[in-house]
Design a protein around this ligand. Sequence first.
Ligand SMILES: Nc1ncnc2c1ncn2[C@@H]1O[C@H](COP(=O)(O)OP(=O)(O)O)[C@@H](O)[C@H]1O
Ligand SMILES: [Mg+2]
Length: 237
Amino acid sequence: MNVIQAVKVNRSFVNGKETSHVLKDIDLTVEQGEFISIMGPSGSGKSTLLYLLGGLDMPSDGTVSINGTDLSTLKDKELCSMRNRDIGFVFQFYNLVPNLTVEDNIALPLMIAGRKRSEYKDKLEECLEIIGMKDKRKLTPRELSGGQQQRVAIARALVFDPKIIFLDEPIGNLDTKTGIKLMELFRDINQKYNKTIVQVTHSESAALYGSKLIKLVDGQITSVEEITPDMKINTVS
Ligand SMILES: Nc1ncnc2c1ncn2[C@@H]1O[C@H](COP(=O)(O)OP(=O)(O)O)[C@@H](O)[C@H]1O
Ligand SMILES: [Mg+2]
């Protein structure tokens, strides 16, 4: 089943008299359970595409559908609740609240949605378990390493049990060893916890954790290829 479908998606930004045409006629289908890696040079439109696929931004032309619903047909409120329910985002710079504990950072989307602690207690435990940080629950972000902070951001993206997780350069700010550990976590989240993943990455070895590689150059898709086990063996050391 298609979870995301982009048809002839274009995105332009108007800045005074100048218009930059950042995405050009993007056609893209993401199926349930896939792990898509998007690679491309800096400025090629990767983040712009990711935000469009996740409903954080709207195309200038063309359509993005999630689970068969064209996002442009939704009212703001419907779009918001769809995003909360179906989608999780993880960014390069964790975006945690510095003075909240690990567990409150993770539960923040639930608190904002007005859920009671008793309702989300089990979900919080499960998310702490997935990221392996039960023993760090009372710490604040400044007491954590970069990799641990990103784990908290991952747990926060999982609290609503979304079907799709979007990752924008999730290991871009981390050392290689920490990056590998996080990629292994994303692989588990894809395979064990059955989440569809779309990631943007600069790293070829990180890209190869996915099941499909999409290359983006100057706002256009230049190639789409299945990632086969032999590609992983050749490149990941
Ligand atoms: N909100 C915006 N307003 C104007 N230009 C933008 C905006 N967002 C992105 N761009 C431009 O679109 C191009 C692609 O940006 P981006 O998607 O962030 O690239 P990437 O993630 O591949 O590095 C860049 O030239 C950037 O300056
Ligand atoms: Mg980017």
